[in-house]
Design a binder for this molecule. Structure first.
Ligand SMILES: [Zn+2]
Ligand SMILES: [Zn+2]
Length: 263
């Protein structure tokens, strides 16, 4: 059955916290009638200190990642459209390297996912944000990433609300700043279904994300909202009912929903 579903936020097991083979993601998407699937595994970073991350692929795996998805693209041509991308933090010290990789591997797109303030465990994990200052730093670095021109959309824009205790003026300042800038740049914001799953399974300890208070601001600014599964297991691509429910929920909040990117 063709559902015409599109998901642009998909990981692979290379990031060390996702499971399944690349082909299993593609076959699940085909079974579910997807029109398009975009892979955006956690980008590697060429750490100067040789640090090996536990939450992303290694630099040496980038070539294999691209070759694998490209082979699947050929194999399933005509049945599903595949895109190759990466999910990246806004680390300006590596933007030059990232541009080189995008060119070298002819990547279709990059998405911005602001998980951590500095190179992995040296930094603060924004999901664990507790203070107004954390939200301020998240906002500043996210805006810097949005303005870099490197990224097609902003993943889980309010991920820093995950453990944050209450909606206060610091949250509202953050939402205003991000939504205003996204509107100015015409950059879609992602309504992240993995976050919903975290909330349902009590893995967020505060407001959680996605959060209506953020999306009400997005509605007021006229932002484009796109639902992303953020799949870390092939079976998450069967969440087509959740995608449709999320789109309806966003429309009810007054958000302009899109489901396709021009790549
Ligand atoms: Zn992940
Ligand atoms: Zn992701």
């Amino acid at each position: 059955m063709k559902t015409g579903m599109r998901n642009y936020h998909t990981h692979t097991s290379r990031c060390k916290h996702a499971s399944g083979t690349d082909e299993e993601y593609v076959l699940t998407a085909i079974e579910q009638g997807y029109a398009a699937l975009g892979f955006t595994d956690h980008t590697p970073w060429p750490y100067a200190n040789g640090y090996v991350s536990r939450i992303r692929m290694d630099v040496e795996q980038l070539g294999d990642y691209v070759a694998s998805i490209r082979a699947l693209k050929e194999k399933y041509r005509g049945r599903i459209e595949l895109f190759i991308g990466l999910e990246c933090e806004p680390f300006p010290q590596y933007y030059g390297w990232l541009r080189e990789m995008k060119e070298k591997y002819q990547l279709d797109y990059l998405i911005l996912g602001n998980h951590v303030s500095q190179e992995d465990e040296a930094g603060h994990f924004y999901m664990r944000s507790q203070t107004r200052d954390d939200l301020k730093r998240y906002t500043e670095s996210t805006l810097q990433g949005m303005e870099s021109g490197l990224f097609t959309y902003l993943a889980h824009p309010e991920v820093s609300w995950s453990d944050y205790p209450q909606v206060d003026d610091a949250c509202m300042d953050m939402a205003e700043a991000i939504c205003r800038e996204a509107r100015r740049l015409n950059m879609p914001l992602e309504y992240n279904l993995l976050g919903n799953d975290y909330r349902e399974t009590q893995r967020t300890h505060g407001l959680g994300y996605p959060h209506d208070a953020f999306w009400e601001v997005a509605a007021r600014h006229g932002n484009a909202g796109i639902v992303g599964i953020d799949a870390h297991r092939p079976e998450m691509l069967t969440w087509t009912g959740k995608v449709i429910a999320a789109q309806e929920h966003l429309r009810a909040l007054g958000v302009q929903v899109i489901d396709q990117l021009e790549l």
